[in-house]
Design a protein around this ligand. Structure first.
Ligand code: PEP
Length: 252
């Protein structure tokens, strides 16, 4: 039985005045009602240390939104997996479509980042997903398959135990358009089949595959009830404690 994960990606939000309140609201709710799933927030880097303090002793886990592929050195502006691991950060998101689009991150570059995170034992949430154009030309399976093959399929079964995949159709991120539960299930099942063929049956059965793209309280139940959907990666709705916690409740 795969334990679901509800992960919030705060991106470059919220403001410094609000993040503590939001974190505290989430922690206190999780304390009064122990969730039956993993709950994670990935704040901007400057908030991580304070959030780890606030979340100590609660069920809330803290993740990072990015990391570099070197562990130290003259790389101005970058943060290494080793640094995040030293802070006891729980996960790092890699390959988000915004990193691919605005920062030119390629699958080959992401492979290096995945390896660097796993080298220090930092669990990875690896994002994949097709653009609207690719969906309209029915090439989503080819696109996602290639992203996974180039960045992940060199990993051993042992390394894969620390990898979570997030399927995030780019056309559904921040747009209010959600993949239908059937579209999500179809892609998640396809990813699981690829895992069984390219890594192992054990990995295919154990790997958590999250859906991301305009998930909110109103659509979470149907998406999360799909057989191969093991949780959600949530942007906009994770910035409202009530909405985020409603999705957590739906997940278990
Ligand atoms: C995301 O950024 O990963 C995401 C899914 O955003 P949203 O929920 O706002 O579509």
């Amino acid at each position: 039985m795969r334990r679901k994960i509800i992960a919030g990606n705060w991106k470059m939000n919220p403001g410094a005045a609000d993040f503590k309140n939001l974190c505290q609201d989430i922690c206190s709710q999780l304390e009064s009602e122990e969730p039956n799933c993993e709950v994670l927030i990935c704040p901007p880097f400057p908030y991580i240390v304070s959030m780890l303090e606030t979340a100590k002793g609660s069920a809330l886990q803290i993740g990072a939104q990015n990391a570099y592929f070197e562990q130290k050195g003259a790389y101005t502006g970058e943060v290494s997996p080793q640094m995040l691991s030293d802070l006891s950060v729980n996960y790092v998101i890699l390959g988000h479509s915004e990193r691919r689009k605005y920062f030119g991150e390629t699958d080959a570059f992401l492979r290096l980042k995945v390896d660097a995170a796993l080298e220090v034992g930092l669990p990875v949430i690896f994002c994949c997903g097709e653009s609207l154009e690719e969906r309209e030309s029915d090439s989503q399976a080819e696109v996602v398959g290639k992203q996974l093959r180039k960045a992940l399929f060199h990993l051993s079964e042992e390394s894969f135990a620390k990898v979570v995949i997030a399927y995030e159709p780019v056309w559904a991120i921040g747009t209010g358009k959600t993949a239908s539960p059937q579209q999500a299930q179809e892609m998640h099942e396809f990813i699981r089949t690829l895992l069984s063929k390219n890594v192992s049956q054990k990995t295919a059965e154990a790997c958590r595959i999250l859906y991301g793209g305009s998930m909110k309280p109103a659509n979470a139940a149907e998406l999360l009830s799909q057989k191969d959907v093991d949780g959600g990666l949530i942007g906009g709705a994770s910035l409202k404690a009530n909405d985020f916690l409603a999705i957590v409740k739906t997940a278990g």
